[in-house]
Design a protein around this ligand. Structure first.
Ligand code: HEM
Ligand SMILES: *[C@@H]1O[C@H](CO)[C@@H](O)[C@H](O)[C@H]1NC(C)=O
Ligand SMILES: *[C@@H]1O[C@H](CO)[C@@H](O)[C@H](O)[C@H]1NC(C)=O
Ligand SMILES: *[C@@H]1O[C@H](CO)[C@@H](O)[C@H](O)[C@H]1NC(C)=O
Ligand SMILES: *[C@@H]1O[C@H](CO)[C@@H](O)[C@H](O)[C@H]1NC(C)=O
Length: 501
């Protein structure tokens, strides 16, 4: 009996060894994370969670170097922050498929731009790119200005110089209002109506996906349903409601476009004769698939949902962590405030304008530095479909690759004194850095399509807040928690004191 069992185990280990042999051979130059036969590194990886991932990244780099491979059962995973690997992978126009970590996002986002690949992705990317033209972004500044004013009003009662404010949830509601109005042309009043069902659904689903992200077994829909039936149902309800909501908006907009077409006037002018923003939704409604048919409602919905998700969670993280960083560096804040005051003057009722925003040079550096130390998306993944030769290894087909942006952006070989928050470093050209090493927005053909949108939004919102308040380093410091998007276990805290001019 025992002998039989031993024989079976020995046999399985041999099969396992042979199945992995050629892939191990191709990657022999890359160190392997502590590995057991058959299960691979699963026992080691079980100790990873959202709150310790940032430290694990660091300790693994110290232990194994910038790249290491691990076996998760029979799947090979390469985690790398080697700039040469990252550049080769991100610059490739062939290896653009997302890996299995993204799978569960499909339950909400379908096959939208973030998750699709092949010709579908190419076609969609071409349709959507013009929506981020600077002429269109320019028109969004109004929305950024108005929505950040709402936030300022909400913050005023707390600006006594001693109240600790977790800014993250407040920024999140503002970011939702902004993306709904700019992408869908719809006001959802997230900041004014905190009980909005749509907003609750977005937050619930984002939180549940964030939890599943760190528990690979929960990423599988069937297992998730089995182990966490309550959460499963909550996600299902949330997604259903969001899909209904988006569908209704699409239908309304389709009707409006149809009416204005039949009346021979143009949709770009609203009833006061003001030029209407060409929202993402309008572009999609007027586009066709590669064989000339209009996009279906489902096609449009997955894109709108993708932008609702990608366009609010990331900027929330970016704005919150930047505010905290500014609060903790008074000398940076002083310089920044001076730059803003010189450009915008002392009249707080004066709205923010596009042309002024462009002259905020030091602000750009502060944002760059904050995105370097606190990248809203700390890691991205690719699935390699065909053997891919890098400078010192060949990635076998079927490998999951994780590019650890968090580590590249803190790499001491690229950044001098990498842990220091020093915006001035971005004033000079860094000879050790290139467009594939400073990559909070990724790089190459599959980079962030919303980069310019995000930077403009950040500049407007930060300007607005800094004109009204002095930020104070109150409350507990941030404790990075990587839940798809970078968050903080302790909240993103600060205090506010009203500015007196
Ligand atoms: C500071 C804010 C932001 C950061 C740091 C950021 C970062 C990123 C990164 C790293 C990727 C690559 C993901 C991957 O390869 O898996 C990405 C893709 C993407 N981002 Fe952003 N993003 C931000 C804001 C936005 C905004 C505001 C929008 C929309 C308005 C947006 C829309 C997208 C979309 C649609 C993709 C997928 C593009 C494609 O695959 O073709 N992002 N973003
Ligand atoms: C290949 O690159 C990885 C990651 O930088 C490094 O750890 C490894 O030592 C390199 N191997 C050789 C043989 O250069
Ligand atoms: C590789 O990165 C992924 C994604 O961040 C993480 O979940 C995984 O635990 C990492 N693997 C190793 C061996 O560090
Ligand atoms: C990226 O790829 C293109 C061709 O696809 C090539 O011309 C270019 O030199 C590459 N850039 C880098 C930095 O490797
Ligand atoms: C568009 O308008 C025409 C008549 O003006 C109508 O027959 C048609 O059903 C409308 N289509 C949609 C999708 O509403």
């Amino acid at each position: 009996m025992l002998v039989g069992l031993l024989l079976i185990i020995t046999f399985l280990c041999l099969v396992d060894y042979w199945a992995k042999k050629s892939r191990n051979e191709m990657m022999k130059n890359i160190p392997t994370v502590r590995n057991l036969p058959i299960i691979g590194a699963v026992s080691e990886l079980a100790s990873f969670n959202a709150e310790n991932l940032a430290w694990k990244f660091k300790s693994f780099r110290e232990k194994y170097g910038k790249a290491y491979k691990s076996w998760v059962a029979h799947v090979l995973v390469l985690n790398t922050s080697d700039p040469k690997h990252v550049e080769a992978i991100l610059n490739s126009s062939k290896h653009i498929s997302k890996n299995s970590l993204y799978l569960m996002l499909r339950e909400w986002l379908g096959q939208g731009l973030l998750l699709s690949d092949g010709s579908k992705w190419q076609h969609r990317r071409k349709i959507i790119t013009p929506t981020f033209h600077f002429k269109i972004l320019e028109e969004f500044v109004d929305v950024f200005d108005q929505q950040s004013s709402v936030l300022v009003e909400k913050l005023k009662p707390k600006s006594d110089g001693s109240t600790v404010i977790d800014i993250y949830p407040l920024v999140c509601l503002m970011a939702l209002d902004i993306i709904a109005e700019t992408a869908m042309g719809t006001q959802i009043q997230a900041q004014k109506d905190e009980n909005s069902r749509y907003v609750k659904a977005v937050n619930d689903v984002t939180d549940i996906l964030a939890l599943r992200f760190m528990k690979p077994h929960l990423a599988l829909k069937k297992i998730f349903k089995l182990f966490k039936p309550k959460l499963f149902n909550k996600q299902l309800e949330g997604v259903l409601y969001m899909h209904l909501f988006t569908n209704r908006i699409i239908e309304d907009r389709r009707k409006a476009l149809n009416i204005s077409k039949s009346q021979q006037n143009t949709i770009n002018v609203d009833n006061q004769g003001i030029k209407k923003r060409m929202a993402l939704l309008d572009v999609l409604l007027q586009s066709t698939t590669s064989n000339g048919e209009p996009l279906s409602d489902d096609d449009i919905r997955e894109e709108v949902d993708t932008f609702m998700f990608e366009g609010h969670d990331t900027t929330t993280s970016a704005i919150s962590f930047t505010l905290r960083a500014i609060a903790c560096h008074p000398e940076v804040q002083e310089k920044l405030f001076k730059e803003i005051r010189e450009l915008f003057g002392d009249d707080l009722d004066e709205p923010i304008r596009y042309r002024n925003i462009h002259e905020l040079k030091y602000m750009s550096c502060v944002i760059k530095e904050s995105l370097r130390l606190f990248p809203p998306i700390p890691a991205i993944g690719r699935f390699i479909r065909e053997d891919f030769e890098l400078y010192n290894c060949t990635i076998p087909a079927g490998t999951n690759v994780i590019l650890i942006l968090w580590e590249i952006l803190r790499d001491p070989d690229i950044y001098e004194d990498p842990m220091a928050f020093r915006p001035e470093r971005h004033l000079e050209v860094n000879p050790k850095s290139n467009s594939f090493s400073y990559i909070p927005f990724s790089a190459g053909p599959r980079n962030c399509i919303g980069q310019k949108f995000a930077l403009l939004e950040m500049k407007c919102v930060l300007t607005k807040i800094l004109r009204h308040f002095e930020l104070l380093p109150l409350g507990e410091d941030v404790h990075p928690s990587i839940k798809i998007v970078l968050r903080s276990k302790t909240g993103v805290n600060l205090g506010l004191r009203s500015r007196v001019y």
